[in-house]
Design a protein. Sequence first.
Length: 118
Amino acid sequence: QVQLVESGGGLVQAGGSLRLSCTASGRTFSTYAVDWLRQAPGKEREHVAAITWRGDSTYYADSAKGRFTISRDNAKNMVYLQMNSLKPEDTAVYFCTASLDGRTYDAWGQGTQVTVSS
């Protein structure tokens, strides 16, 4: 089993950058694919980005392409989401999740708030 903790959220002006971190505990973390999702008030949960356990393949939602970069360091049990050119519509709680089979989420973090002011 793996446990996840997100950090790095905060308040930033439009056009600014933030780097979210997802810290995992558990020796098998390197075998999990990791996704970043976000939930804004009154909106459906959105799948923002994902990375395979090896880090050799990534996915981005159209809203994130060209602005966000997902990466991982399995030696440190870390996954990152670098977010550049932030927009007010990026405001949400961001969660990292871990999946062994790529279909179901085996673990969720508690979320970190990102607020982008205009």
